[in-house]
Design a binder for this molecule. Sequence first.
Ligand SMILES: C[S@@+](CC[C@H](N)C(=O)[O-])C[C@H]1O[C@@H](n2cnc3c(N)ncnc32)[C@H](O)[C@@H]1O
Length: 242
Amino acid sequence: MADDISAWEQHAGWWQDDFTDGADIEYVEQIIPMFLEHVSGVRRLLDVGTGEGQLAREAMSAAGVAEAVGLDPTVAQLRAAVERGGGPGYVRGFADHLPFGDATFDGVVACLVFEHIEAYRQAVAEVARVLEPGGRFLFFMNHPLLQAPGSGWIDDHILEEQYWRVGPYLVEDLSMEEVAAGVLLPFIHRPLSLYVNACIDAGLQIVRMEEPAPPEGFIAQAPEYREAASIPRLLFLHTVKR
Ligand SMILES: C[S@@+](CC[C@H](N)C(=O)[O-])C[C@H]1O[C@@H](n2cnc3c(N)ncnc32)[C@H](O)[C@@H]1O
């Protein structure tokens, strides 16, 4: 189901309107700045699951990356990416079959993509294959522990307790999630160990991990989240190909 990208074709406009071009405070205040810091020094970048290309564009305009290629299976995303221009080239394809030779890039990024991919081990192996030795994989995902399905802030008025409930964490779970009214997209929850071990098995060494608190601008827009501000929404791994 997750590699059926019809839901992405249908809802690409929702993603573009709500999460790109400055529309989403977490991208503006957190994801893009972290990405720019970690991509600095890369010459040739692949953006896997590029969407409408915001990270590929930023890499070229703000981080001095000479060449960026965005890959995505969704035509409606690639069409917007090409229209928005800004330097990157675009290729249609899936993360688990990258149409590039071995050691083509010195940097790969995947941002909020692997939680939509069924063949995640093959996709991580493909990332490692197209990286040259010493190249880096910048891996952003929704935090798998604290954002597992069924997780969330509980305000228990009977027990007068407030806490963050963690949903079933160890269960690999593919579900269609309604992320906005009428917008259903496939999400796969997996425990963090599966991603970490896929990286290790592919020869990608973790050199940095970040679990940032939600940025202030996000909390200002979602005041009910202030109580839960110590719960990260994002997880980032910086890995290097050995
Ligand atoms: C949440 S969007 C993130 C887009 C972009 N990375 C960003 O940060 O703006 C997820 C993207 O993953 C793409 N996607 C879904 N399945 C994929 C697959 N098997 N391989 C590569 N990309 C995929 C979707 O088409 C969509 O553009």
